[in-house]
Design a protein around this ligand. Sequence first.
Ligand SMILES: [Zn+2]
Length: 278
Amino acid sequence: MPEGDTIFRTAAVLRAMLVGKRVTDARAQAGPGLRRVPDLSRVVGAVVTSVEARGKHLLIGFDSGLTLRSHMRMRGSWHRYRPGEAWRLPASQARAILETPDSVAVAFNTPTLELLNDAGLARSRALHELGPDLLGEAFDADEAMRRLRERDDVALGEALLDQRAVAGIGNVVKSEVCFVERLDPWAPMRRFDDDELDRALASARRLLRANLGGGARVTTGMRGRGRELWVYGRAGRPCRRCGAVISTARQGELARSTYWCPRCQLTRPEPHGGVADT
Ligand SMILES: [Zn+2]
């Protein structure tokens, strides 16, 4: 799943390329996971006014009052090309194509594609439900904390990925944040105090912001192949902090891989919740 930093970067690239440009051609095509597509001929002739990342949604605004919402989910991506340039993915995987006089923007494998008017945008449930955006200008940490606290029985590793609690964390950052803050991704949220969750959010924001520049994602501060990440993708290798063997397992409804150090991120014993042993 693309992380918030990836979508944020994509938005920056598309913004530089599209804003102020008139759409000369636009089309959408259905495919696996996307059966109904919007009629993009409605934006032909319109000028792009904004490109914005909100959580994992990418919003492209037009001066005609319409907004194209796409969601990246696991495999979605936007590419930019010059007119006539060969695409890096098969045309059959293209879901939306926007052409301007000097560029072509192509959305590949996006499972969500929707053309909204202002009212629809304001009503959009998918956008409404999004938690505070870690990469937003004014990240609301209190609101993120409140939403995380509503998930007391959910494991930390799942709660951090829930974009309705806090938007922007993907699978890599999830594992890395838990490691950096020495938090057990398998423990339920109720086991963490506010200070721990605050630190997790601050770490996530820091890691996402540090990776806005592009290139390979780095969380360790060390560039170079195989040195960039603390735990993600390192199952069976020694922990960079304590030498214990890094574990991995699938977690949550979506069975996303979680990586952790079983020694640095030890689960604390469950308190006895007031039930007296007799
Ligand atoms: Zn360790």
